[in-house]
Design a protein around this ligand. Structure first.
Ligand SMILES: *Cc1c(COP(=O)(O)O)cnc(C)c1O
Length: 196
């Protein structure tokens, strides 16, 4: 089961899911007609427009994900050397605790990373000071998006650290993204330096 809305469609303009059953396994061959019946009788049918956008998007899936992964790694390296960033989580970094597992399963390492600043005010000040990078949910599109996860998690189910931001890398020039982050971090530093 895949979300077609993210990387497959790839442009943040379609909403649909994809369910596949393998034609080469016994289980897949059993499941396919059952799923088809459920789809037809329950009416879970993707709209033609979203289906068309997703098929069109999938033609560039490989080049988009390769580029997004390359940019994500460059951003992860830049951020892990930045003094105001306390942690960078990206499986493509050799220092990531699961890097060896990731290396055996992933190639390349994908377009999503997360970073931590010292606390929530620092993180939200950084996100607010960005300009090329937009504050929004979602991932897998052409625009780089950032989100303060703890703010959107219900209080009783909050698992994200208060200073954590998720970055979903798009297709902009990597130097523009690094410039944007560098500038925004300098602005966020003013918040970090305020007396507590
Ligand atoms: C992921 C997402 C959805 C849901 O899409 P699914 O296909 O169910 O994954 C809706 N809106 C936004 C902004 C999203 O990021």
């Amino acid at each position: 089961m895949h979300s077609g809305s993210k990387y497959l469609a790839g442009h943040s303009d379609a909403l649909l899911g994809v369910l596949t059953a393998s034609p080469v396994t016994e289980r897949g061959r059993q499941l396919a007609p059952i799923l088809k019946t459920v789809q037809v009788t329950a009416g879970g049918v993707a709209s033609p427009w979203d289906s068309w956008l997703t098929l069109r998007g999938m033609r560039t899936l490989l080049v988009r994900v390769e580029q997004q992964s390359k940019t994500a790694l460059a951003l992860a390296e830049f951020l892990s050397n930045h003094p105001y960033i306390t942690a960078v989580h990206y499986p493509g970094l050799p220092q990531h605790p699961s890097h060896e597992v990731a290396r055996s399963q992933m190639s390349p390492f994908g377009g999503v990373l997360s970073v931590e600043l010292e606390n929530e005010p620092a993180a939200t000040a950084f996100a607010a000071a960005l300009s090329t990078i937009k504050r929004a949910t979602s991932l897998g599109g052409t625009e780089t998006l950032i989100e303060h996860r703890a703010s959107i998690e219900p209080e009783e189910r909050r698992t994200s650290p208060p200073g954590l931001l998720r970055v979903a890398v798009g297709l902009e020039d990597v130097d523009d993204l690094i410039f944007d982050m560098n500038t925004a971090l300098a602005i966020a530093k003013q918040v970090m330096d305020e007396p507590k």
